[in-house]
Structure formats: C-alpha cells, structure tokens
Design a binder for this molecule. Structure first.
Ligand SMILES: Cc1ncc(COP(=O)(O)O)c(C=O)c1O
Length: 427
C-alpha cells in the first residue's frame, strides 16, 4: 500500500514541478493579486486522506482546530466551511436560546461601513439591526470615536473588522464595550497572523472569526474558524455547526443529562446548520499552519519594501498606515490617493493594469452604497466620509507570500513611471 502511494506522491510532485509557473516573469511581466499558498505537499496529503475514505469531519478536523489554537495562542476553535459561515455561526451563537445573554430581534450591532458583505448579512439573517460607522481613511479601520457616538438605546454589540490585516485600535474598542456593556465580536477574516500589542488579533472579543479561502494567508480551499475563550460558547458553536447535535461537543454529559431517555448518539439540543469542514481540508490546513508564520513574514518584508519604495510619492498617495501597537499581516497593500492627486484612481489603476500589475478595490468600499444593503433595515450613524474616500480613491495592489523582490521592484518602477509622467505634465 505504502509503496503504491509513494508512486502517487512522486507523480503529484513531478506533475506539480512540471506545471508550476514562475510567480513573475520579467519577459512577460504580470503581478497577480494572489498566488496559491499550497503545493504538492498539501495535494498529496489531501489525496491520501481521500484514499483513506475518512472524509467527513472527524479526528483530523479536531487536530487542526487544536493545532490552530496552540500555534497561534487562542482558546477554543470551531472550524467550519468558510469565513462567511464562521460569521453566521458567530452571530447565531449570540442569538440562539442556548446563549443566556442572547441578543434579541431588533437589537443593534455596530459595524464599519468599510467591510465585506458577509460581515453584514449574518447580522441581518439573525434578525439584528446593523448600525454602520465610519472608518479612518488612514488606517482604514473603524473609528472608536464613531463607535462611541453611534451607541443608542438598542445597541448590544460591536463587530470589529481589522481591514486587510491591520489590527483595529482594540484597547479603545474594548474599553467602550466594557463601559457600555456591549458584546465585542471580531471578524478577522482578512487578518490572520496580525497582532495587536503582542496578542494575536481576535483575542479580545467574545468570539472572533477567520477565513481560509484560497486567496487568504493560508487556505483549506474554502474554510473558516470561530474562536472563543469560553468553552461553553465554543460548545454552543459546535452544536450550531452540525444540525443542533451534541455529537461534537466537549462537555457531552451536560447535554445528555437534558435528554436521559434518548439514544445519546442522537440528541438535538438546539437549532443548527451543516457547516462542517472535511478531513482532507483539515490535513491540508495542518500543513498550511506550519508554513503560516513564514508566509506572514514574507508579506511583512515585501510590505516594508513597497512602503519604502512608495515613500517618495506621499504627496500623491498613502499606503494603509499600521495602527499604533499593531503588527500588520498584509492581505494585500491598500493605498489611498490623496484628494488633490494629479491623477484619478481609475486612470492610475488602468495604467497599472496595462503594465500587468493587478489592482482591486479595498474590500468593496462603503457597503452602505451597495444595492443589497438598501433592501434591509439599517441605521447609518454618521457621514461615512472615510469609507467613501476609500471607495472613491482607494485601491489595493499585490502583497503576498510568493512575490519576488523583482516583482516588487517592477511594481515600484511602474508607479514611478506613471506618477513621474503625471508630475512632468503638471510642471
Ligand atoms: C472581512 C471579511 N469577512 C468575511 C469574509 C468571508 O470569508 P469567506 O470568503 O471565507 O467566506 C471575507 C472574505 O474575504 C472578509 O474579507
């Protein structure tokens, strides 16, 4: 068996090496926003797990959750099938009857206007009312003063979202939540590997979430995880993750006591979904975890190089500024053009794209301006000028683990060429 599998593993490696494309080829310059974090090692482990036929959530998923928490310094991890599912699981955990201090329909949750759609939808899906606050266009994160000003009689929770790997000002946000008796939740789906004052992002909230989507800091193809310091909340999320079932909870006895006459293998103690990660994904995740630190360090090094290279253009643009006390993990490099820049964002991006440098909006800008948001009851707490600035003048360029110095130099040359021409035209 092992001998036969060794041939499979060799064939995968051989195929991978033969088909691996260079990340950057100066002859045909193209700098992509993302590059896969996985290779032959992950594909081999995934295949081996498939061949074992042990594919649905089991020992490997549990091991992945344990290793994730151990390596990164979190309490309890409940993996699931996407960052969006992780957010739905988190919002479900704080609204389900199993959670004593649960939020009730119509209760308000404050979140930044500059965030991904599935930070928002789970709030609405669980009957809560979103309250949008502005973001600082310099750090691109929610402004604690705006959070405080937005609190109303029905406000019960704050959802902090570190944007693109930049930690939020968690000391200020935590203090507001403590003083006002609000639940603090964290959507860290873009920010794995980031730290704030020495602690990993997502350590401050009752629950925090991460995504393992293909383009993120590490991947399980699709996937996500919810983290909680409190084991009881983690168990509530395990129940919600799979059918309202007790099968995966850590404290099974507690739940089995509630239904002593039932077959203990099949007890439903609450509402539930099916959001399980699979075993092949979990073995892939275990390998990715070992590489994560290196991936994040590579992103940080390249970000330093990009920032230094762009520093001569600060009269025209500003890369996202790292929050004081934060260690950024650079999901990409968001940039804001100054209001008086001699070139429009669209023109600059079109020229970068024509030179083979991919760009994209910073998340998707101000979520309140998207048609989907208008369909649902929400409150806008202030003017959202920061989120609008990022939507109108912001863009992101590649900054990922596989970029070479050569690719970064090429991007910087393109900025110099385009912005230099622009300046030349003005002078
Ligand atoms: C802030 C934020 N929340 C949630 C998600 C959703 O994660 P996923 O794509 O794994 O569903 C993303 C996706 O990138 C995100 O950026």
């Amino acid at each position: 068996m092992e001998e036969t599998f060794a041939k499979v593993a060799d064939a995968i490696s051989e195929y991978w090496e033969a088909h691996e494309r260079p990340v950057f080829d100066p002859a045909v310059p193209h700098v992509a926003l993302h590059h896969p974090t996985f290779g032959a090692e992950e594909i081999t482990a995934f295949t081996r797990q498939m061949l074992s036929t042990q594919v649905t959530m089991g020992r490997e998923v549990e091991r992945f959750e344990e290793e994730f928490c151990q390596r990164l310094g979190y309490g309890h991890g409940v993996s699931n099938n996407s960052g969006s599912s992780a957010n739905l699981l988190m919002m479900s955990a704080v609204t389900t009857p199993l959670f004593e201090a649960r939020l009730m329909p119509g209760d308000e949750v404050i979140l930044p206007a500059l965030t991904w759609s599935t930070s928002l939808w789970p709030i609405i899906q669980r009957g809560l009312k979103p309250v949008f606050v502005d973001s600082d266009p310099v750090t691109m994160n929610m402004d604690p003063a705006a959070v405080e000003a937005a609190i109303g009689a029905k406000t019960r929770a704050v959802l902090a979202v570190p944007v693109y790997g930049n930690p939020c000002d968690m000391d200020a946000i935590s203090a507001i939540c403590r003083d006002k008796g609000l639940l603090l939740l964290e959507d860290c789906c873009e920010s794995l590997g980031a730290r704030y004052k020495g602690r990993p992002v997502g350590s401050d909230g009752l629950i925090s979430t991460f995504s393992f989507y293909f383009s993120h800091h590490m991947t399980t193809l699709e996937g996500g995880i919810c983290l909680a310091g409190d084991p009881e909340i983690a168990d509530i999320m395990r129940i919600l993750r799979a059918h309202g079932w007790t099968r995966q909870v850590k404290d099974r006895e507690k739940w089995e006591r509630a239904a002593p006459t039932y077959d203990p293998r099949f007890i439903f103690v609450g509402e539930g979904y099916n959001m399980r990660l699979t075993e092949p994904q979990a073995v892939m995740g275990q390998i990715q975890l070992k590489k994560l630190e290196g991936f994040v360090e590579a992103r940080q090094r390249l970000a330093r190089k990009l920032i230094a290279g762009l520093s001569g253009w600060m009269d025209i643009l500003q890369p996202q500024k790292t929050t004081d006390g934060g260690e950024h993990s650079w999901f990409g490099m968001p940039i804001l053009l100054n209001a008086n820049a001699p070139i429009t964002r669209d023109d600059l991006c079109a020229q970068l794209n024509a030179a083979g440098v991919e760009t994209r909006p910073v998340i998707a800008g101000n979520l309140v301006r998207h048609p989907g948001t208008r369909q649902f009851d929400h409150r806008v707490a202030d003017k959202l000028t920061g989120a609008d600035a990022v939507m109108d003048r912001g863009f992101a360029i590649p900054c990922h683990q596989s970029l070479s110095d050569e690719a970064v130099d090429y991007m910087l040359e393109q900025f110099s060429r385009i912005l230099g021409q622009q300046k030349g035209r003005l002078s």
